[in-house]
Design a binder for this molecule. Structure first.
Ligand SMILES: *Cc1c(COP(=O)(O)O)cnc(C)c1O
Length: 360
C-alpha cells in the first residue's frame, strides 16, 4: 500500500507535548496526525494517506451514524529503554479486524495493510510515544466506519478505515488493586448468532446501562452472563476473565459469544509455558461463587490491552456478595502473569514467543 504523507504545520510544541506526556490520562489527547484509507466497490481500497489530525466532515445521513456499521481495534505502542518503539502482536489485531469486518458486512482490509498503517502513523508521531516509566504507552485506535450518505439499510458502499493514537497513562494509578464486579442479571452482552465476537461499537453501546448499574452499586465494572441460560460467565464490558484453581489449573470462558482477546490468548500460551493446564470451557456463576467460598478458586482476574491484567476482588449481585479470594491484593499467579506480560511488552524480559513487532 502506498501512503502519501502530509505533515502537520502546527505540531504540538515540545513544551505542550511534555506536559501531556507527564499526565496523559486516557483518550483525551490525540497525536498530530491520522491515517485514512477509503473503499468503494469500484476503486477498492484507495488514497491511503497520513494527514494532520482534524475533525471529519460528515453528511448527516452518513450510514454509521444511523445503523452503527463500524468496527474498531485497540492496541498499544511501547517505548523500550533503548528508545526503540514496538507493538504487541499487531497481526492478531489485523486478523481480528478481518473477522469483525466480515460480521459487520464490511470489505476486508488486507492484514499487511493494517499493520503498515499502524506502523506508519506511529512512526510519524513517534515523539508521542512516552517513556515507559509507570507503564505509559501510546494507545492506537484503528477503526472502520460506513461513510456512505444513504439511509437505506444495506452494507455501505463507501467505507473509511482510519488510525488515530492517544498517549495513555498507567491504568492503575496507586498500584494494582483488585476491582469489584457487579453481576448483572438484567442485561446481556451478546446472544447466539449476535455480534459478541466482533469488536464493534454496538456491543459497547449495549453495555453502558449495565455499567451504570454497576457504578450505582459501588462496583468498578460489570460482568455479563450468557444470554440463553443466564448461567455461564462471559466477560466484562471490555475485558476477558480468568479463574485460577487450587490445583494450579486455569480456566477461561470458551469463545463464541465473547470477544477473542489478544491478551487472553497470550495468557493461554504464557500460563501453559509456566506449567499450568489451561482450560477453555464454560464456567458457571455457581462454580465461581461456590469455588471462592470453598477454596477451589484461589484467584480471579480479568485481562485486556488497557489494563493488561487486573485482579478481581469482590463480586456483588442483587441480594448477595462473594468475598475477594485474595483480599486487598492481587493473587500471586495473577501478579506474576501480569509482570511477565508487561516485562515482555516493555522489553524488560526476553520475548520467547515472537510477540513483539518493532516499529522504530
Ligand atoms: C477489546 C476487548 C477485549 C480485550 O481484548 P484485547 O485484545 O486483549 O485487548 C475484551 N472484551 C471486549 C468486549 C473487548 O472489546
Amino acid at each position: 500500500m502506498e501512503i502519501r504523507t502530509t505533515r502537520s504545520e502546527q505540531p504540538r510544541s515540545d513544551a505542550d507535548l511534555a506536559a501531556i506526556l507527564a499526565k496523559p490520562g486516557f483518550g483525551v489527547h490525540f497525536t498530530d496526525h491520522m491515517f485514512t484509507v477509503e473503499w468503494t466497490p469500484e476503486a477498492g481500497w484507495h488514497e491511503a494517506r497520513i494527514t494532520p489530525y482534524a475533525p471529519l466532515s460528515l453528511d448527516p445521513a452518513t450510514a454509521v451514524l444511523h445503523y452503527a456499521q463500524e468496527t474498531f481495534e485497540g492496541m498499544k505502542a511501547y517505548r523500550h529503554d533503548d528508545g526503540s518503539i514496538w507493538t504487541f502482536r499487531p497481526e492478531e489485531n489485523a486478523q481480528r479486524m478481518v473477522r469483525s469486518s466480515r460480521r459487520l458486512a464490511f470489505p476486508v482490509l488486507d492484514p499487511d495493510d493494517f499493520v503498515q498503517a499502524v506502523d506508519a502513523l506511529v512512526t510519524v508521531d513517534q515523539r508521542w510515544v512516552p517513556d515507559a516509566d509507570g507503564e505509559k504507552t501510546l494507545y492506537v485506535r484503528p477503526f472502520m466506519i460506513a461513510t456512505e450518505a444513504f439511509l437505506g439499510v444495506r452494507p455501505s458502499q463507501h467505507v473509511t478505515f482510519m488510525v488515530i493514537a492517544s498517549p495513555a497513562g498507567a491504568y492503575f494509578k496507586g498500584g494494582v488493586k483488585p476491582v469489584t464486579l457487579w453481576l448483572t442479571e438484567e442485561y446481556t452482552r451478546a446472544g447466539r448468532g449476535g455480534m459478541g465476537a466482533a469488536k464493534t461499537g454496538g456491543n459497547y453501546a449495549s453495555s453502558l446501562v449495565a455499567q451504570q448499574e454497576a457504578t450505582r452499586h459501588g462496583c468498578d465494572q460489570v460482568v455479563f452472563l450468557d444470554a440463553q441460560q443466564g448461567r455461564y460467565v462471559e466477560e466484562l464490558g471490555g475485558m476477558n476473565m480468568y479463574f485460577v484453581l487450587a490445583d494450579g489449573r486455569i480456566v477461561t470462558p470458551e469463545t463464541g459469544t465473547i470477544l477473542e482477546g489478544i491478551t487472553r490468548s497470550a495468557i493461554i500460551e504464557l500460563a501453559g509455558k509456566m506449567g499450568h493446564q489451561v482450560e477453555e470451557r464454560k464456567i458457571s456463576i455457581d462454580e465461581w461463587r461456590e469455588g471462592v467460598a470453598g477454596g477451589q478458586i484461589t484467584e480471579v482476574f480479568a485481562c485486556g490491552t488497557a489494563a493488561v491484567v487486573t485482579p478481581v476482588g469482590r463480586l456483588l449481585w442483587d441480594g448477595g456478595e462473594a468475598p475477594s479470594p485474595t483480599g486487598e491484593e492481587g493473587g500471586p499467579l495473577t501478579m506474576r502473569i501480569r509482570r511477565e506480560l508487561v516485562d515482555i511488552q516493555l522489553g524488560r524480559a526476553e520475548d520467547g514467543f515472537g510477540w513483539m513487532h518493532r516499529v522504530v
